[in-house]
Design a protein around this ligand. Structure first.
Ligand code: NAG
Ligand code: NAG
Ligand code: NAG
Ligand code: NAG
Ligand code: NAG
Ligand code: NAG
Ligand code: NAG
Ligand code: NAG
Ligand code: NAG
Ligand code: NAG
Ligand code: NAG
Ligand code: NAG
Length: 494
């Protein structure tokens, strides 16, 4: 235990060398061979050494869900089971995605190979050393529910596995119209969120064989991935499976941000009927029959149809996004937050100082620059929602920690996504701060961060962790009041 209330600034990665590990490291599987076969519910997977860290075994492209093509399109995913051999040396195809005309997805490093048979998962692990049952960090990618792919090099789990003694995992889930159709007659609208749950279940059932601890799974994500983590916390209260939650720059209590204008029954199935009409399947007058008809179209035809009416900027104002169905996305989420109707596990949540810059740049490319007022509103949407989620946990006596990644505050500050390469990155400087903290949380969500002197977030007091003010790899515990000055009101009652 190390109390920092007397210190104004703490050097996180310095501390990590003072306290190299809280957990005694014994019982490693010293006979483990890099990339050895692992028996999973999907089959026998053979892996390979990570290109970055040869001591890390990586297992790529393991199917966890059946293909979602054709008759399975727009339905909840079904678990993939197999007993055959799986060659885990290359990533699976990305789920279908595009941003229409505005920005080519190649700039995001997304696998050009796309398929509706895309529900695959990737594992990075080093069982030959460290804890025998390692904490698991399960990543949910962002991209406004429009883009994202587990093969993106920024999300490679090798560094986390190599330097933090965790099992790092990520996976693909369906996007845009494929994951969030907003179509009539469906039992489940947000099948992309159900893909995420299926991945969590696969990890629960299989991670022990990779040296992971199924009782210590932390779900973490950024942007739409953080929204997903937060959605997850309201959906799966009965059987959470996960033991900790990390939401980076996204949460369901913020309003009006990108991808945040959730669809609902008041909108009707407008976007869907636009799509079905263009596909030649008829519009509203055909009701649920339009869905069966569209299942008989090719993936390319569906894309083509989408871009004949879709938004000109599918990142800033996406057409197909999560739908309020009161099953997976709830209209009364503020009441649920106040009443504690969420997974009762610790939360680490935060935002970046100037989230809006990235969106502003995207808007510039699309030829519709954002006003300063919009940028301020965006920043506050992220920041105040994160605060409120942290307060909601605290109100229930649960642990929550809150950070603000500042970086270069005197200029314009860190923008949306800036912390992601640091979380997955090379463990030095600013990256070391993120990785040490994230892994400490995953290893022990209740005490891990307290052991580093980072207090739980409270409404008052100096409990907001400011990471990297003025580009220095340091942290500072500050009062949040000054940073939340534009949103003094919280939707969480005391
Ligand atoms: C894999 O695990 C399953 C279930 O435990 C078992 O039935 C099967 O024999 C195992 N296969 C191999 C090759 O060990
Ligand atoms: C295994 O990893 C090594 C080192 O990165 C690489 O040279 C080799 O091509 C990989 N094997 C396969 C089958 O991908
Ligand atoms: C991290 O740095 C080391 C040493 O410079 C390098 O070998 C390795 O490839 C880097 N890893 C990543 C993921 O960039
Ligand atoms: C696995 O696939 C890679 C190419 O992606 C190939 O080089 C390798 O030989 C395959 N391994 C097996 C055991 O089939
Ligand atoms: C693309 O993905 C599909 C489905 O995973 C796979 O069968 C195919 O080999 C991949 N193609 C390339 C060029 O990687
Ligand atoms: C449907 O298409 C019409 C005509 O192209 C367009 O004006 C409208 O915005 C679209 N609505 C939705 C929800 O996509
Ligand atoms: C559409 O339905 C016809 C007749 O059932 C079938 O032959 C065809 O393969 C289907 N096309 C697609 C893309 O599913
Ligand atoms: C989709 O549009 C492209 C370009 O406009 C066209 O070449 C292609 O044939 C279309 N595909 C289908 C299935 O309609
Ligand atoms: C969701 O629940 C609210 C009441 O909490 C209700 O007004 C709304 O109609 C419901 N929506 C759906 C899609 O069930
Ligand atoms: C937005 O704010 C910047 C300073 O941060 C200022 O230079 C710029 O003129 C402002 N733009 C508008 C449209 O007010
Ligand atoms: C955010 O960045 C923009 C420029 O991209 C700047 O105009 C604005 O003042 C910054 N906001 C804050 C709070 O620093
Ligand atoms: C925090 O607020 C509570 C009441 O909301 C008050 O009792 C307490 O003194 C405050 N603590 C600090 C450090 O301001």
């Amino acid at each position: 235990m190390f109390l920092l209330t007397s210190l104004s600034i703490l050097h996180f990665f310095l501390l990590s060398t003072i306290f190299p590990s809280i957990v005694v490291q014994v019982y490693a599987q010293c006979n483990w061979k890099i990339g050895q076969d692992v028996n999973t519910t999907s089959g026998i997977v053979s892996g390979n050494a990570s290109y970055y860290y040869p001591e890390v075994s990586e297992y790529l492209g393991i199917p966890f869900g059946e293909s979602t093509a054709g008759s399975k399109r727009w339905l909840p995913p079904t678990r993939y089971y197999g007993t055959g051999h799986i060659n885990g040396t290359s990533f699976g195809a990305a789920c279908p995605q595009s941003l229409g005309s505005s920005i080519p997805i190649s700039v995001f490093g997304i696998n050009p190979n796309q398929s509706e048979d895309c529900l695959t998962i990737n594992v990075w692990t080093a069982p030959q050393r460290g804890e025998a049952k390692k904490a698991v960090m399960l990543w949910v990618y962002g991209g406004a529910f429009q883009i994202g792919d587990s093969s993106v090099s920024e999300y490679n789990g090798a560094v986390l596995a190599n330097n933090q003694d965790v099992v790092a995992i990520n996976f693909n889930y369906r996007l845009s119209v494929w994951g969030f159709p907003g179509a009539p007659g469906l039992e489940q609208q947000n099948v992309g969120l159900l893909d995420q749950r299926l991945a969590v279940e696969w990890v629960r059932d299989n991670v022990a064989a990779f040296g992971g601890d199924p009782d210590r799974i932390t779900l973490f994500g950024e942007s739409a991935g953080a929204w997903s983590v937060d959605f997850y916390s309201y959906i799966w209260t009965e059987d959470p499976i996960v033991n900790g939650l990390i939401a980076e720059s996204g949460n369901v209590l913020g309003e009006g941000g990108p991808g945040v204008d959730l669809l609902n029954e008041l909108d009707g199935y407008a976007a869907w009927y636009n799509l079905s009409s263009v596909l030649g399947c008829g519009g509203e007058e055909y009701g649920a029959a339009t869905v069966d008809c569209a299942r008989n179209k090719t993936a390319n035809a569906i894309w083509n149809a989408t871009y004949s009416f879709g938004s000109s900027d599918e990142l800033l104002s996406p057409t197909f996004v999560p739908w309020i169905d009161n099953k997976t996305v709830f209209s009364d989420v503020v009441a649920r937050a106040n009443n504690g109707q969420f997974i009762r596990k610790p939360l680490l949540i935060g935002t970046n100082y100037n989230e809006s810059i990235l969106f502003s740049e995207i808007a510039d490319v699309a030829g519709a620059p954002l006003s300063n007022a919009t940028m301020l509103a965006l920043n506050n949407n992220f920041r105040c929602g994160a605060r409120d989620e942290a307060l909601a946990k605290g109100k229930q006596g649960l642990s929550a920690w809150r950070y603000l990644y500042a970086d270069n505050i005197g200029d314009v500050g860190a923008t949306h996504g800036d912390e992601v390469p640091l979380v997955f990155g090379n463990d030095t400087g600013m990256s070391g701060i993120f990785q040490t903290a994230w892994a400490a949380f995953a290893k022990d969500p209740v005490n891990g961060l307290l052991n580093y002197g980072w207090p739980k977030y409270t409404r008052n007091g100096s409990t907001l962790l400011l990471i990297g003010p003025n580009t220095e790899a340091i942290v500072d515990l500050v009062s949040s009041a000054v940073y939340d000055e534009y949103c003094p009101h919280s939707v969480i009652s005391p």
